[in-house]
Write a protein that binds this ligand. Structure first.
Ligand code: IPE
Ligand code: IPE
Ligand code: MG
Length: 252
């Protein structure tokens, strides 16, 4: 397994999850399902199914090791550009997945939230989204944000519109627009910014994920691992790499 952007190969082995400060919030760009399927001569939809299965494994592991917030990128505002057959297969998968998730995450004490513009989904899918959020809202464990029809730019436009209305109505003046106010109008309001963002499949780009929130996130890109093959051990290695980074936030 080659790990891109791993800067501290030697010293990683001296660390363990027990003696580091865990990232409070992890973001994962679950990329590479299509290539995973292609390598096996399977349709892309089979890759998405394998990716959904792995999503459950990795989510539960994050909760088990004590991560407080996990945001997974499942479908971007740009993914509608894909062939209709692939989009339909993904929507069917989301539907069957969300039906199962209602009971699956119950024992894990996971709070399930959805970030993104839900209005684009079918009424049936929107009802399942609401049901998942509703039945998990009083749990106290890890917060899982599932980013579906999510785009960082779309999210900032939404915040700008809401804030513009506040100025128009005289509720605040333009001087009242602060970084904190903008953060409060994002889908992730009241949550800490991501500390660590992981992207398997070797693409060195952000693809419109958590644009505002990732200002000081640490990135770990895995060069030759596709999302369905991303394992619990790889997750832990990414966290150990994160722990070796020197985060300065602009300071010296
Ligand atoms: C990520 O895998 C899943 C979605 C974007 C919905 P891809 O489908 O992008 O897989 P690759 O990048 O084509 O291999
Ligand atoms: C990002 O992956 C979106 C998700 C993983 C849901 P893409 O496969 O859509 O990103 P690009 O097109 O390679 O940038
Ligand atoms: Mg991709």
């Amino acid at each position: 397994m080659a790990l891109g952007l791993f800067k501290n190969k030697k010293s990683v082995s001296q660390l363990s999850l027990e003696n580091i400060t865990l990232p409070e919030h992890i973001g994962i760009i679950m990329d590479g399902n299509g290539r995973w399927a292609k390598k096996r001569g399977l349709p892309r939809s089979a890759g998405h199914r394998a990716g959904a299965k792995n999503f459950r494994t990795i989510t539960k592991h994050c909760a088990n090791i004590g991560i407080k917030y996990l945001t997974v990128y499942a479908f971007s505002t740009e993914n509608w550009k894909r062939p209709e057959s692939e989009v339909n297969a993904l929507m069917d998968l989301f539907k069957s997945y969300l039906e199962e998730a209602i009971r699956d995450f119950k024992d894990e004490d996971i709070v399930v939230r959805f970030i993104g513009d839900k209005t684009a989904f079918s009424p049936e899918l929107q009802a399942l989204i609401r049901e998942n959020e509703e039945c998990s809202k009083d749990r106290t464990g890890m917060v899982l944000n599932i980013a579906m029809n999510y785009g960082g730019r779309d999210e900032i436009v939404k915040a700008a519109r809401e804030i513009a209305k506040m100025v128009e109505s005289g509720e605040i003046s333009s001087d009242g627009i602060t970084e904190q106010l903008i953060s409060q109008h994002l889908y992730t309001a009241d949550q800490p910014d991501p500390d660590l963002i992981i992207r398997p499949s070797g693409e060195y780009r952000i693809s419109n994920f958590l644009l505002w929130q990732s200002a000081y996130a640490e990135y770990v890109i895995l060069d030759d691992v596709l999302w369905p093959d991303f394992s619990k051990e790889m997750l832990e290695q990414c966290i150990l790499e994160y722990a070796r980074r020197n985060r300065r936030f602009g300071n010296v």
